[in-house]
Design a protein around this ligand. Structure first.
Ligand code: PMP
Length: 285
């Protein structure tokens, strides 16, 4: 298997970055995860655009054009023969003598690799639903930037694992849900509308979240963008989450509370089906 590191294709096993890479020392970098289904990128353009935005927000130079980036993405998928899996892209401010301020002449460092990941776990979770817990949101105030600074997210996910749950939904200081540690959070209200927090610096604007908004526009499903509370979450008719790796997954338990009858609800199941068709290509542009 091969990986792309700073302009070169190298064996995945020995693909490495320098000890003075600012991503390693300061989390001074950004990333994307692009799902691969049947050897094809899902929403590759959206992910590459968000990467460019994250870089811009942190004033990290773009390491290459989007076109060149896409060629490398396609190449790592092909060379690693990935049918189902993902591509990981990370760009940091580069390698420089340790100093918090930006280095004057560092080149951004780029890592791109692909990994296969079987789709069965996702399919099972989509069919049966998953459990989530709620935890305080301990992150900084620019959650719209997809930085590799993920420690609060890791702590939240680990709490979920230890509670036997799939995900942790994070709660802001006002008792409102921001998002999951690596997913966007949704509820279905009493009239069947999908409710999710509006895109702002409070959350990462998920590419899957955006895909669902676009898909919903072609149906009778309505979406309301507004924050919702823990209380509303626990008493919602249905709950589900979205992410590039899981697509849409019904949530059937929040903390100690069963959602609906503990089985995926009809609206969530419909959303899951919409994504199945979307990734199968029938609904893509
Ligand atoms: N929120 C956070 C904090 C995430 O890390 C992710 C996964 N990248 C998401 C939401 C979902 O975004 P996407 O649909 O682009 O995977």
């Amino acid at each position: 298997r091969i990986a792309f590191v700073n302009g070169q294709y190298v064996p995945h096993q020995s693909a490495a970055v320098h000890v003075e890479d600012r991503g390693y020392q300061f989390s001074d970098g950004v990333y994307e995860v692009i799902p691969i289904v049947d050897g094809r990128q899902i929403d590759g353009v959206g992910h590459v655009e968000r990467l460019a935005r994250s870089l811009r927000e942190l004033r990290i130079d773009r390491p290459m054009s989007d076109r060149a980036l896409n060629l490398v993405i396609e190449e790592v998928v092909r060379r690693n023969r990935v049918r189902d899996g993902f591509v990981y892209i990370q760009v940091t401010r580069g390698v420089a003598a340790r100093d918090h301020g930006f280095p004057r002449d560092a080149q951004p460092a780029v890592v791109i690799y692909a990994r296969p990941k079987a789709a069965d776990a996702r399919r099972k979770a989509a069919a049966e639903g998953v459990a989530v817990i709620t935890v305080p949101d301990q992150r900084w105030t620019r959650r719209d930037i997809k930085t590799v600074s993920l420690l609060p997210n890791c702590l939240a996910k680990q709490s979920a694992r230890e509670a036997g749950a799939y995900e942790a939904f994070m709660v802001d200081g006002d008792g409102m849900i921001t998002e999951g540690s690596s997913t966007n959070a949704w509820i279905v209200d009493q009239s069947g509308r999908l409710v999710t927090r509006p895109a702002s610096s409070d959350i990462l604007n998920g590419i899957t979240r955006l895909a669902l908004m676009k898909l919903a526009r072609e149906t009778d499903i309505e979406i309301e963008e507004r924050p919702f509370s823990v209380e509303e979450l626990k008493t919602a008719r249905e709950v589900f989450l979205t992410s590039a790796s899981g697509m849409a997954l019904p949530v059937v338990r929040v903390d100690d509370r069963e959602i609906g009858n503990g089985r995926p609800g009809s609206v969530s199941s419909r959303v899951v089906d919409m994504f199945e068709r979307y990734v199968a290509g029938s609904d893509t542009e």
